[in-house]
Write a protein that binds this ligand. Sequence first.
Ligand SMILES: NC(=O)c1ccc[n+]([C@@H]2O[C@H](COP(=O)([O-])OP(=O)(O)OC[C@H]3O[C@@H](n4cnc5c(N)ncnc54)[C@H](O)[C@@H]3O)[C@@H](O)[C@H]2O)c1
Length: 412
Amino acid sequence: MDKPMFAHRNRYYLTSKLIFWFTIFIFLILLYCLRSCFYYYSSSNRPRHILQSGWDSLVAQSATPADPDCNLSILVTGAAGFVGFHVSLALKKRGDGVVGVDNFNRYYDPSLKRDRAKILERNGVFVVEADINDSELLEKLLSIGKFTHVVHLAAQAGVRYAMKNPDSYIHSNIAGLISVLESIKSANPQPALIWASSSSVYGLNSKVPFSEKDRTDQPASLYAATKKAGEEIAHAYNHIYGISITGLRFFTVYGPWGRPDMAYFSFTKDILKRKRIMIYEGPNQRSVARDFTYVDDIVKGCLAALDTAEKSTGSGGKKTGPAQLRVYNLGNTSPVMVKKLVSILEKLLKVEARKQVLPMPRNGDVMFTHANLSLAETELGYKPTTDLQTGLKNFVKWYLYYYYFQSEKSVM
Ligand SMILES: NC(=O)c1ccc[n+]([C@@H]2O[C@H](COP(=O)([O-])OP(=O)(O)OC[C@H]3O[C@@H](n4cnc5c(N)ncnc54)[C@H](O)[C@@H]3O)[C@@H](O)[C@H]2O)c1
C-alpha cells in the first residue's frame, strides 16, 4: 500500500469519527434542553390546563354568558372551595358565563374539592388548576375571558391552622389578593371585584350585633389580621386605580359540600364514629356562640353584591374617576350556642355525642359572633331565610349520602 493512499484513508476515518461524535454531542445537548423544558412545565407550579391544547377556547367558551345582553361574565377564584362551588353553580344556573380558578391545596381533603370541580365541569364551568399568585396566568385569563366581574373567594381559611402554617395565610390572603388586584388593575376593561372578607375582622370587639361601623382593629388571629389587611389593601387599589370593590364579611357559613375543618362538620364525623367531641366554653362557663349562616343565604348575598356592583372606572392601570367601595356583613342575626348546635346534630344523627367541655384555649377563636344586617338588607336586599335546624338537616342528608351511601353523583 503506498503512503499517500494510507494517509488519505486515515484522514477519512478520523473525519467520520469526528462527525459521529459531534452528532452524538449535539443530540445529547438537544436531549438535555428538551428534558429541562419538560421538567420546567411539569414540576413548576404551571397549571396543568396550560398544557392542554385548546385551553384558551375552553376558557372563552366557559366565560361566555347565555345572553350577552343581560348576563354577566365572571371569574371565580377558589371555585373548588365550599362557597366558591355554590356561588359558581348559582351563577351558571342563571345564565352567567363562569370560569373558576383553584389550586386544590391540601389544607383539607383535596378529593372533596375535585368532586366539587367535577360537578362544576358537568354544569359547564371550566375550573383552571392554578395558584392566584401566578399573575401571568391571571392576566391571560382576564384577557381571554373579558370578565365583567371577579368573585375572589380563594383564601387560606380557618383560624387555628395559622399556628401551624402562618406562611399559607400570607401567601393566599395577602400576596394572592394583591396578585388578583394587580391583574384586575391592568385589565382593559377592568372588571368589578367582589371578595370574601370575614366576620373575624371584628376580633375582640364586644359591642353586639357587629356593625360595619364598628372597630376592626383588634384581630384575635392571624387569619383575621390578613382579612383586615385585605380590606385596607382593597381601599388602596380602589383609591389609586378606580377598581370597584365590594368586601363581604361572611359569618360562619355551613351547609352541604361544606368544609371538613369546621366544627359542625367535624362534630358530625366524630359523633357518627362515637368519638369524643370537645366543646369549649369561656370564663364562668360562658357558652361560645356563632351566627351560623346557611350557604344558600350567603350565595344570595354574593349574587346581590354582584348585581349592584358599579363598573370600575379605571382602565389599563389608569383611574378616570372615583369608584364604588363597599363592605357588608353577610350573616344570620341569630347567634346559636355551640351546645345547641350539638343537640340538633344528635337528634338528626340519632346518636348521643360523647362530649367533653373544656376551657377555650387561646388559639384565635372568639367567644361569639353576631351580625347586624341592616346595611346589607337596605342596599342589597339581603335577608337570610334558613334556620339552623333546616340547614343542618340538609347538611346531614348530604353528609350521609356523600360519605356513607353514594358518590358525588347522587348528592346534587
Ligand atoms: N366558610 C366560612 O365560614 C367563611 C367565613 C368567613 C369568611 N370566609 C371566606 O370565604 C372564602 C371562601 O371560604 P370557604 O369556606 O369556601 O373556604 P375553602 O377553603 O373551602 O375555599 C377556598 C378555596 O380557595 C383555594 N385556594 C386557597 N389558596 C389558593 C391560592 N393561593 N390559589 C388558588 N386557590 C387557592 C382552596 O383550594 C379552596 O378550594 C374565603 O375567602 C374565606 O376566608 C369563609
